[in-house]
Design a protein around this ligand. Structure first.
Ligand code: NAD
Length: 468
C-alpha cells in the first residue's frame, strides 16, 4: 500500500482522514492519500505566501539554478515515479506509458529552467527610457487531471517557479500519489513553502473550487474538463485571478485523398490511442476521403489489432485499462450508441474490469454522439467524406479547438488545409506531438492562454512598465 503525507511549508502533514486510491488494472486499493480540507488548504496557501517573499526576490540566476536542481531530482527519481504512476493511473510502464511520461517531465523541467524573460527596452532616446519588466504574481494554485499526473504537474510548477512564484498544487483524487511523492522529492532542493501539495476526495469539501475562490491565490493554472474549467473561471472573477485553462478537446484528423494508407497507419493509431485516448490533444474524430477510406481503415485496424493491452506493470503491455469507472462508462455508452449507427471494425465491447479494447467504428457522421462528444477513451470514429471543404467545415463544427491534423503526401497542400482548422495546434502527418519550445493551448471552448516556451512563461507574470 503506497501512502504519503501532504507537504506544507516543507514539512510532512498528516490528516485525520485518508481516502483510497485504486489501481485500475486490478480494481484493488493501491494506496491511501490524505483527505485534506479547507484548513490544510489555508495552511498551504499561507506557507506559499510566506515563502514568496524570499523566493520572488532571488536573483534570476539563482532561480534558474534551483529550477535546474529540481529538473535533476526528477530525472533521478524517474523510475520510482513511473512505478507509482502506473499503479494509480493504469498506463503501462513501457510504450508511451509512465516511463515516457517521466522522460517528458524531466525534459520539460530542464527546458523550462533554461527559459528567461529579460527586461525589454521599449524606448531609449532623448524623450526617455521605457522598460517592460515581468514580475511574479504570488501564490499560484495548480489543479491537475488524472491522465498525465506528473507531466502536467511539471507543466504547471516549473514556469511558476522559474518566474519567482510559489505553488500550491492539488492533483486529481484519482491519481494523487505520484504528485504527493513528486512534491516531497522537489522539496529536497527547494526552500520550505515554495511548493506545497494538498489532496482531497472532492466529496465534503472541494479543494479545487476553494482554490479558485481563494483570496490569497493570485493565479490558477487548471488542466481538466471544459465544464470544470468554466466553474474555475466563474469563481476566479471575484478576485480577478490570472488564469491558464487547458481544457478538453475533440481534435479532428483529416486524411487527404493523396495520403498513403500504409505509411500513415501507425501515426494515426498513436495520434488517437496514446494513453488509451485519455489525452487532451488526441485525435478524437478521423475524416478520411472516400477514395482511400477502406484502405486507411484496413491499415489502421491491422496496426491496432497487434497492440498488447494488459496490466501496466507487465513489461509487455503497451496499453493499459481505462483509468476510472466514470470514464469507462462514458466510453461504453458512446460505443454502444455508435454500434447502432455505424460499423464496428475493431473492438466494440468492454473487456474485464476497466479494460476496453482499442475500438474503431466507421460509417459515422457529425451529429453522432461518438463524433460530437469528447470520448476521452480508446474508441475512434471514422467519417468518410467526398469534398475537402466539407470535411474542414465538419472538423470546425465543434465548440472545441485544441488540436487538429492533416495527413497527405503533399506537405504544402496539407498545410493549406491545416491553416483553415480552428485549433491552437495543428500537425501534418502526425498528431499531438507537443514540445517545450512551442506554445500549446486551446481556442474556442478548449481553454484560455498557452503553456510552454516564453509565451507560456509570461503567463506567470504581470507586466510592469517603467518610464524614466
Ligand atoms: P476534471 O475537470 O474532472 O478534473 C480536473 C481537476 O479539477 C481535478 O483535480 C479535480 O479534482 C478538480 N476539480 C473538480 N471540481 C472542481 C471545481 N469545482 N473547481 C476546481 N477544480 C475542480 O477533469 P479530468 O476528468 O480529471 O480530466 C479529463 C479532462 O481534462 C478531459 O476533458 C481532457 O481533455 C482535459 N485535459 C486537457 C488538457 C489540456 O492541456 N488541454 C490536458 C489533459 C486533460
Amino acid at each position: 500500500m503506497i501512502e504519503f503525507d501532504l507537504t506544507i511549508g516543507g514539512a510532512p502533514v498528516k490528516t485525520a482522514r485518508r481516502f483510497e486510491v485504486m489501481n485500475p488494472a486490478t480494481g484493488t486499493a493501491a494506496g491511501l492519500a490524505p483527505n485534506a480540507g479547507l484548513a490544510e488548504l489555508d495552511a498551504a496557501v499561507a506557507a506559499a505566501k510566506t515563502a514568496f517573499r524570499d523566493w520572488s526576490r532571488k536573483p534570476d540566476a539563482e532561480l534558474q539554478a534551483m529550477c535546474e536542481a529540481v529538473a535533476a531530482k526528477i530525472g533521478e527519481h524517474a523510475e520510482e515515479l513511473a512505478q507509482i504512476i502506473t499503479t494509480e493511473q493504469g498506463k503501462p510502464l513501457n510504450g508511451l506509458g509512465s516511463r515516457w511520461e517521466m522522460g517528458g517531465a524531466a525534459a520539460w523541467a530542464g527546458y523550462t529552467a533554461g527559459l528567461s524573460l529579460p527586461v525589454k527596452v521599449l524606448q531609449d532616446n532623448a524623450e526617455g527610457r521605457v522598460e517592460l519588466h515581468r514580475k511574479p504574481l504570488g501564490v499560484v494554485g495548480s489543479i491537475t487531471p488524472w491522465n498525465f499526473p506528473v507531466m502536467i504537474a511539471i507543466w504547471h510548477i516549473m514556469p511558476a517557479l522559474r518566474t519567482g512564484n510559489t505553488v500550491v498544487i492539488k492533483p486529481s483524487p484519482n491519481t494523487p500519489l505520484s504528485t504527493l511523492r513528486l512534491v516531497q522529492i522537489i522539496n529536497e532542493v527547494l526552500p520550505a513553502g515554495v511548493v506545497n501539495v494538498v489532496t482531497g476526495d472532492d466529496q465534503a469539501e472541494n479543494l479545487g473550487a476553494a482554490m479558485s475562490a481563494h483570496p490569497d491565490i493570485r493565479k490558477v493554472v487548471f488542466t481538466g474538463s471544459c465544464a470544470t474549467g468554466q466553474k474555475v473561471m466563474a469563481s476566479a472573477a471575484q478576485t480577478m485571478k490570472r488564469l491558464t485553462l487547458e481544457l478538453g478537446g475533440n481534435d479532428a484528423g483529416i486524411v487527404l485523398p493523396d495520403a498513403d494508407p500504409q505509411a500513415i497507419a501507425e501515426g494515426l493509431f498513436w495520434g488517437a490511442f496514446i494513453n488509451n485516448g485519455q489525452t487532451c490533444a488526441a485525435m478524437k474524430r478521423l475524416y478520411v476521403h472516400e477514395s482511400i477510406h477502406d484502405a486507411v481503415c484496413a491499415a489502421l485496424v491491422e496496426f491496432a489489432r497487434n497492440i498488447p493491452v494488459g496490466d501496466g506493470r507487465d513489461e509487455t503491455s503497451i496499453l493499459g485499462p481505462v483509468q476510472n469507472r466514470m470514464q469507462f462508462d462514458k466510453v461504453s455508452r458512446l460505443v454502444a450508441d455508435a454500434k447502432e449507427r455505424g460499423t464496428v471494425l475493431l473492438g466494440g465491447a468492454p473487456g474485464a474490469g476497466l479494460f476496453y479494447p482499442p475500438t474503431i467504428i466507421s460509417g459515422l457522421k457529425n451529429g453522432d454522439p461518438l463524433v460530437d462528444e469528447e470520448q476521452f477513451g480508446p474508441a475512434l470514429p471514422v467519417i468518410s467524406y467526398s469534398d475537402v471543404d466539407a470535411a474542414i467545415a465538419a472538423a470546425n463544427d465543434s465548440p472545441n479547438g485544441l488540436g487538429g491534423s492533416v495527413w497527405s503526401s503533399d506537405p504544402e497542400a496539407a498545410k493549406a488545409v491545416a491553416l483553415q482548422l480552428e485549433c491552437g495546434s495543428v500537425w501534418i502527418n502526425k498528431h499531438g506531438a507537443i514540445q517545450p519550445n512551442a506554445p500549446f493551448g486551446g481556442v474556442k471552448s478548449s481553454g484560455l492562454g498557452v503553456e510552454f516556451a516564453e509565451e507560456g512563461l509570461a503567463e506567470y507574470t504581470d507586466i510592469q512598465t517603467v518610464f524614466s
